[in-house]
Structures are given as C-alpha cells and as structure tokens.
Write a protein that binds this ligand. Structure first.
Ligand code: ATP
Ligand code: ZN
Length: 295
C-alpha cells in the first residue's frame, strides 16, 4: 500500500524558489531530490514538494493537484481576477518575502494627473486581469497589451504608452527612463490552501505544516527581552518595549521594589530602545533571538 503524502507546490526556479525551500527547512522539513527534478521528497514527514513554474500553482491548488502552495499573491490574484471569491484557494499566511508592487509606469517626460491620464492608452503588461480591475475601479478605458516579459521596453518600441509591471527596487524602471505613477497591487509570497477538499489521511500533516510555518513567520524579527526593573517603572517600561504584548513580571528574591521583566518583542529592538529602558530604571537588559515559536 502506498502511503498518501501531502503535496506542496513551490516555484522551481526564480525569485521565490530559494526562500520557499528555506521556509520549509526552517519549519523542520528535510527535502531531498526524488526520482526526478519535479518532485522533492521530505524525508522526515509524509510530504512531497512539487517544483513547478509559479504560474501553474494557482491552477494546481484550484484542482486539488496539491494541497498547499507557496506563491506570489500577485500571481494568485491575477489567476482569479474577475472570478468569485469562493473559487480562490485560501490565503493562509503572508510569508514576508517576495515583496513587490504591481505599478503603472510611464516615460519620465510624460504628464500624469491621475488615472484619467491613462484614458485611451495602450498599456503593456503581464497582468491584464489586475490591470483591468484597476482600470474599471477608476472608470478608465484603456487597452492592456499582453506581454510575457521585458514589459519595460514597450514604450521605447512604441508598442504602448504606459506599462503595468512588478517593481521592487525601481532600478529597472529608472534604467528605462520610466516613472511609477500608480500602485495597482501590493504583493508578497503567501502560503495558500486548496479549497478542493483535503484527504483525511493528510489533514493532520497539512495542519502541522500550517502551524509550523505560522510559527516560522511569527519569529521573523522577534526577540526575547529580559531585564530587571523597579516595580514603580513597569508602566513606563511596557510603553517602551517594541510590539510586545503584556510582559511577564516575576519577583526577584530578596528585593521588594525590583522585579524581572520578560517579553517577546515583535519589532526590532535597537540600541536606542535599550538606552530608553536603562533611562527608565531597567538594568541587566538581555536581548535574545527566538529560535522557534508555536502560536
Ligand atoms: P516562473 O519561471 O516560475 O514562471 P517567473 O519569471 O514568472 O518564474 P519570477 O521573476 O521568478 O517569476 O518572480 C516570481 C515572483 O516573485 C513574482 O510573481 C512576484 O511575486 C515576486 N517578485 C518580487 N520582486 C519582484 C520583481 N522585482 N519583479 C518580478 N517579480 C518579483
Ligand atoms: Zn511565472
């Protein structure tokens, strides 16, 4: 009898590929190459990784070919642009990498006074669905010109007067004398779950992958901070701690007026933070990395 294994689709090659594998590694899954390049096998859990083109992942999730996928939210949104919400795979968790923005850009010299300036234009893009939604939202009639790559050259080739493309640093736009004028969609990599139903045999594996990945994302940038502090300064100290829930306060042996304060900080702890804590009366301040977290 062959064991039923959970399938997770990730990008095989490209901007999300390494970070997707690392995410699974951080979640404790050891992936090794299987019989072919397409499939990696997780050695220590009943999971197969399907390594595919990112554009295939939304369809795989929709059809239940895989249960989970790591995918740019932009690719997911484009695949289902105009479709009812109910058909889309469920977005479980934003993953904090692959951040980019889908933007409308125009030649630097062009005049732009808001979406109405795009009326009647040809706009080159790989995202006709999301661009179409944006144009409709703004009551603008323009013609999306579908291109699968090198969209940024379209204005120079007089194929289009504007483009709608992914931007992360903006250096590609700059190199092509283009300026970004409108934000169409803000994106990052997400963990998505099929709505096609999950085989009960792998439901608990899926639950555990989701919980672990949520834990990995939750620890990103978090620190554990410990200090001694005057009891009287507790309110002030709680104010200073960046992104902390209510800290744990513990008595210190033989000291009435002093306590130990422990807290998980969800935002960066800078030297300035430590200086403020010290000024508020804290001493013996320690900042520790958090290795694992389960919510
Ligand atoms: P594939 O061969 O898998 O189809 P691709 O060429 O479509 O790959 P990549 O260029 O690897 O895709 O980009 C994958 C995803 O990375 C994008 O869909 C987007 O979510 C994200 N991304 C982050 N920054 C950028 C950027 N500057 N340009 C393009 N994509 C970006
Ligand atoms: Zn792609």
């Amino acid at each position: 009898m062959t064991e039923r294994r959970l399938r997770i689709a990730i990008q095989k090659k490209g901007r999300l590929a390494d970070a997707s594998l690392k995410l699974l590694k951080d979640a404790g899954y050891r992936a090794v190459q299987g019989k072919n390049e397409l499939l990696y096998r997780v050695e220590n859990a009943p999971i197969d990784l399907m390594r595919v083109r990112d554009d295939d992942i939304p369809g795989f999730l929709e059809d239940g070919v895989c249960e989970l996928g790591v995918i740019g939210e932009n690719v997911m949104a484009e695949a289902f642009a105009g479709n009812g919400e109910h058909e889309r795979p469920e977005i479980i968790q934003k993953l904090g990498f692959g951040k980019c923005r889908l933007m409308v850009a125009m030649p630097e010299a062009a005049r732009y006074d808001g979406p109405a300036s795009l009326e009647g234009m040809r706009i080159a893009t790989s995202y006709p669905g999301l661009l179409g939604e944006f144009l409709r939202r703004n009551g603008v009639k323009a013609t999306p010109i579908l291109m699968h790559g090198a969209v940024e050259v379209a204005p120079r080739l007089k194929m289009a007067q504007a483009i709608c493309d992914l931007v992360s640093t903006g250096s590609t736009l700059e190199a092509n004398n283009l300026k970004a004028v409108e934000l169409v969609f803000e994106s990052q990599a997400v963990l998505a779950l099929t709505r096609a139903g999950i085989d009960p045999a792998v439901q608990n594996v899926a639950d555990s992958v989701i919980a672990r990945i949520e834990g990995v994302v939750a620890t990103q940038g978090t620190k554990y901070i410990l200090m001694n502090a005057p009891r009287a300064a507790l309110d002030e100290i709680a104010e200073i701690l960046p992104g902390a829930n209510s800290p744990t306060v513990l008595p210190l042996a033989g000291k009435e007026d002093k306590v130990a304060v422990h807290a998980v900080c969800r935002e960066s702890v800078f030297w300035e933070t430590l200086e403020k804590l010290k000024a508020a009366g804290a001493s013996a301040i320690l900042v520790l990395p958090i290795e694992k977290m389960m919510m």
